[in-house]
Each structure stands twice: as structure tokens, then as C-alpha cells.
Design a protein. Structure first.
Length: 201
């Protein structure tokens, strides 16, 4: 029985996602320059010819990955703008990170990919653009922490510095997860919250 148009579209979407996942892993672990298209095709378990039907160049693939990551970071700005329940907003974020980190390496690979993009000095995205977006996220989280301090739920301190320390910790955990493999131990949400949330609340 011939496949329907919807089935073909599902197959194309699945193949594209497989390519993106494989590319993210290889770019993060080996670097953009050291990764070739054949390796991406092999890890995706497709032919290099099929890969080229989806992405004409390695740069195009890298650009889409970086663009998706930037969009995800942009969404954090809106997420942290919910001041109605700052403690709940922050704890939900910690739980999301924790689940992503223990599930697989995709989130860690994505963070490392963004670090590479910041130093790639390419036409895809500039270091200034990434820095500007980082500042927006840190400012949004800083404002959330300030609201949490007003509510008495968050530890006292410089809110921007606290937000910076938190995200630097997440970035460090991502690097350790990729480099340590099976010896890595992801801190629990209760440990991660002690950086910002007051105890016995």
C-alpha cells in the first residue's frame, strides 16, 4: 500500500530531526571544523546524498541549529517575565533542566554548541548578538530573583550576579556531563535550588 502524503511528511520530519540531533552531538563534542558531513550522515544512519537533500552545506545545518538555540534562549526572557509566583517559576525551570540533563545529552550538547557559536566569528551569528541575548536572559532572571527577594523566598544578594552564577553553573554542568560521561552525577533540584532559594520555606 503506498504511503500517504502525511506519512511522507512524518518521515521527512523524523529524518530532519535525526540529522539535527546527530549534528548537534558531533559539533558539540568535536567542534564545527573537525566534524565532516559524512560523519553526520553516518551517525544519522542515512546516506550523504540524502543528507544533502535536507541541507546543502554544513554551514546551513549549523546555522539552523544555532537559530533554534537562539530562539529557545529568547523564550527564556518571556518565561522569566512571569513574576506572579517567582519561586514556582524558578523551581519549574530547575526541574526542566534536571529532566533534560538526566534524559540524554541533547541539552548539554546544545549549550556547548552555543558556546562554540559565540566564538566561531561566522556570518551565522556574531559574538555581540549572543552576548546581547545572554544579557537579556540574565536581566530577566535578575528581575525574577528581585521579586522573589521581595516575597522573602529568595536569598539576599546582587540579583544579576546571582543569575550569572546560576547560569554559569548550568553551563559548567553541561560541559562536565559531556566530558565525564558515565562518571557524571547531576545535582538534584533540591541541591540546585540552594543557590537561590531560602531553606525551610
Amino acid at each position: 500500500m503506498p504511503r500517504t502524503k502525511e506519512q511522507f511528511e512524518e518521515m521527512r520530519t523524523a529524518t530532519r530531526e535525526k540529522i539535527k540531533t546527530s549534528a548537534t552531538q558531533l559539533f558539540a563534542q568535536r567542534g564545527f571544523a573537525a566534524t565532516n558531513v559524512q560523519e553526520i550522515a553516518d551517525l544519522s544512519e542515512i546516506s550523504i546524498g540524502l543528507l544533502y537533500k535536507y541541507y546543502k552545506t554544513k554551514d546551513e545545518l549549523f546555522g539552523e541549529l544555532v537559530g533554534n538555540a537562539l530562539a529557545g534562549i529568547e523564550n527564556l526572557v518571556e518565561y522569566f517575565s512571569d513574576f506572579s509566583e517567582p519561586r514556582k517559576t524558578f523551581m519549574n525551570f530547575i526541574n526542566l533542566i534536571y529532566q533534560d540533563m538526566i534524559k540524554d545529552d541533547e541539552f548539554s550538547n546544545l549549550l556547548i554548541l552555543m558556546t562554540q557559536a559565540a566564538f566561531a566569528n561566522s556570518a551565522i551569528v556574531t559574538q555581540d548578538e549572543i552576548t546581547e541575548l545572554d544579557v537579556k536572559v540574565l536581566t530577566a532572571m535578575s528581575n525574577l530573583i528581585a521579586r522573589g527577594q521581595e516575597c522573602g523566598d529568595f536569598c539576599e544578594g546582587d540579583t544579576y550576579a546571582m543569575a550569572t552564577q546560576f547560569f554559569a553553573t548550568i553551563q559548567g554542568l553541561a560541559i562536565m556531563k559531556i566530558t565525564m560521561h558515565g562518571k557524571f552525577c547531576m545535582p538534584s533540584p533540591s541541591i540546585m535550588q540552594t543557590m537561590l532559594i531560602k531553606e525551610n520555606i
